[in-house]
Design a protein around this ligand. Structure first.
Ligand SMILES: *Cc1c(COP(=O)(O)O)cnc(C)c1O
Length: 291
């Protein structure tokens, strides 16, 4: 496996960064998860825009231009001979001293691109649906840290994930400080009730996922399913007809039980299945070609 590290493609074993990099010391850095389907990078422009927005928000200057990043990304995919892939794009704060102050980071930010393959959940979950639970770990308040900064610090989400796993579920519903549903640990959440698709609004503290956006567009424009971005309570999730999660790594995964409440008839819903089909078709046919 070849990794892109600061302008060069290096072997996996050689892809190393300093222990003084603030990305390592403090989670001071940003990332994107991007998928390649059928030789096409899905929503590349949107991912790069979000990366640049994350950088802007933490006052980090990405050392290369967007066009160079795009070239580096495609070069890395080609070097690994991948036609379908999961790409991890990372920009760290760079090497500093043991203090927090990024001004003491003398080495410029590191740019790392890993092209690999991952499946977030077992295949069975995609076919039969998954069971998830609500955890007590609340999502960090957005007035403290915007969920839209995809930072290298995921402890909040990791603690929630560990809690879910401890209770035998693969994924956790996280609530905001007010106790309303926000999202899962790395996925956005949707429910269907009486033919309408609902998802927590950005104002609830949900990250505006790129997969979430694609699903909203497909529902509105292709399936004729109305979409509402709302404040969502657990009651509404428990009594939903359908439920599913979206994310670049997870793609679209049906949910059939939440906190032991069976959702709908306990099988992946019809609208969910339709959206999965449409998403697959969109992902395979749109996107930036790598050749
Ligand atoms: C990245 C992420 C998502 C999903 O966003 P996509 O753009 O669809 O990959 C959802 N929640 C969290 C916390 C995330 O980090």
């Amino acid at each position: 496996m070849k990794i892109f590290l600061d302008g060069k493609l290096v072997e996996k074993g050689e892809a190393k960064i300093s222990v003084f990099d603030h990305g390592f010391l403090y989670g001071d850095g940003i990332f994107e998860g991007i998928r390649v389907y059928n030789g096409r990078v899905f929503r590349l422009k949107e991912h790069l825009e979000r990366l640049w927005s994350s950088a802007k928000a933490i006052n980090l200057e990405i050392p290369i231009h967007k066009k160079e990043m795009e070239k580096a990304l495609i070069k890395t995919i080609l070097a690994n001979k991948l036609n379908d892939a999961y790409i991890r794009l990372i920009v760290t704060r760079g090497c500093g001293d043991l203090g927090l102050d990024p001004r003491n980071c003398t080495k410029p930010p590191s740019v790392i691109i890993i092209a690999d393959q991952i499946k977030m959940y077992p295949e069975e979950f995609y076919e039969k649906g998954m069971e998830i639970v609500t955890v007590s770990t609340r999502r960090i308040r957005q007035d403290s840290l915007s969920p839209n900064i995809k930072s290298l610090n995921y402890l909040n989400n990791i603690l929630a994930k560990m809690q879910a796993v401890r209770s035998g579920a693969a994924e956790a519903i996280m609530l905001n400080a007010e106790g309303y549903v926000v999202e899962c640990t790395g996925d956005n959440i949707f429910i269907v009730k009486n033919g309408i698709l609902y998802t927590p609004a950005g104002s609830e503290g949900a990250l505006i996922g790129i997969t979430r956006d694609a699903v909203i567009e497909l529902a509105k424009n292709k399936s004729g399913v109305p979409v509402k971005e709302v404040r969502l309570s657990l009651y509404e999730v428990y009594t939903a007809d359908e439920c599913f999660l979206t994310g670049t790594a997870a793609e679209i995964v049906p949910v059939v039980a939440v906190d032991s409440r069976i959702i709908g008839d306990g099988k992946p819903g019809k609208i969910t299945a339709k959206l999965i089909k449409e998403f697959k078709a969109l992902a395979r046919s749109s996107g930036t070609p790598i050749k």
